[in-house]
Design a protein around this ligand. Structure first.
Ligand code: C2E
Ligand code: CA
Ligand code: CA
Ligand code: CA
Length: 274
């Protein structure tokens, strides 16, 4: 039993070591990614339910590493989030998105901000400074944050959101339904939009509970005067169900995959998804 115990400990140590080494590699690579021009943004349309008018694009970060190829964003963002690298990455993302907005008329871009960015001292002043520098109206930037960003220090987050919204920024609560928030306690936050997490959209047509959850999120969000975006819409059946449920906006592969900047600009010109 003793030997087995040691073996397990060693195995555990090795696994830890591997994962720490892996993290270090990713961190090291990311630290150089900006300077080496390995990052790019892709843009996924967000469309109105009725006429499929493209009202916005969500900016999504991509990293093409020369060593590892394209690394899944959901893998490197959490690593960046644990170091202060997220600030540098976030600034790069914001600058790029604002540059894109200088070239597109009449659209807003939705940008993801991680909890650590959002909680940074002077976050509001920082974002205001960036949009002013770029000559972009705050109404053309939507700030996407998750429940994690706001529920740890709800009072401070409520104040930050209030000030951002006073300045004219749009605010979206991302991945809604996966965290601890309820529709009851989001009342206190200044929001424009709820994004219903893909996991609930996936369940539409498969399990009764998901459809019921989606329906109740939509009802209550509308009662609070919020827009609702369904994330990860992949099938015509989901579109149909979401239309009937009264969901205001749709996003997902069924409408469009995330696009390279030039392709997104071209799509913005045509204004409607076919
Ligand atoms: P998210 O904000 O929830 O973004 C939606 C993710 O779902 C994106 O993955 C998008 O490409 C993907 N997606 C969209 N439609 C569909 C669909 O119909 N089916 C499927 N299977 N997936 C769909 P992506 O780009 O890999 O990003 C993953 C996560 O990484 C994002 O989740 C977000 O949390 C984070 N992220 C991405 N870009 C940024 C960024 O610039 N800054 C920060 N802080 N986080 C980012
Ligand atoms: Ca319209
Ligand atoms: Ca998002
Ligand atoms: Ca999301």
């Amino acid at each position: 039993a003793k030997r087995r115990g040691r073996g397990i400990i060693r195995l555990f140590d090795e696994a830890m070591d591997e994962s720490i080494r892996f993290r270090r590699k990713i961190e090291g690579g990311l630290a150089q990614a900006i300077a080496n021009d390995e990052l790019r943004l892709v843009y996924q349309p967000i469309v109105e339910r009725g006429d499929l008018e493209i009202v916005a694009f969500e900016a999504l970060l991509r990293w093409d590493s020369p060593d590892y190829g394209t690394i899944p964003t959901g893998l490197f963002i959490p690593i960046a989030e644990e170091s202060s690298l997220i600030h540098e990455l976030g600034d790069w993302v914001l600058t790029q998105a604002l540059e894109m907005l200088q070239r597109w008329p009449g659209q807003y871009v939705s940008v993801n901000f991680s909890p650590r960015q959002f909680r940074r001292q002077n976050f509001v002043a920082h974002v205001v400074e960036r949009v002013q520098h770029a000559g972009i109206a705050p109404t053309r930037l939507q700030i996407e944050i998750t429940e994690t960003a706001i529920f740890d220090d709800a009072e401070r987050a409520a104040d930050t959101l209030y000030r951002l919204r006073q300045m004219g920024f749009r605010i979206a609560l991302d991945d809604f339904g996966t965290g601890y928030s309820s529709l009851y306690n989001i009342r206190r936050f200044s929001l424009d939009c709820l994004k219903i997490d893909k996991s609930f959209i996936d369940g539409i047509g498969r399990e009764r509970e998901s459809a019921a959850i989606v329906q109740s999120i939509i009802h209550l969000a509308r009662a609070l005067g919020l827009e609702v975006v369904a994330e990860g819409v992949e099938t015509p059946a989901q579109v149909q169900a979401l239309r009937i449920a009264g969901c205001s906006h749709l996003q997902g592969y069924h409408l469009s995959r995330p696009l390279e900047a030039e392709d997104a600009a071209e799509m913005a010109q045509q204004r409607y998804m076919r």
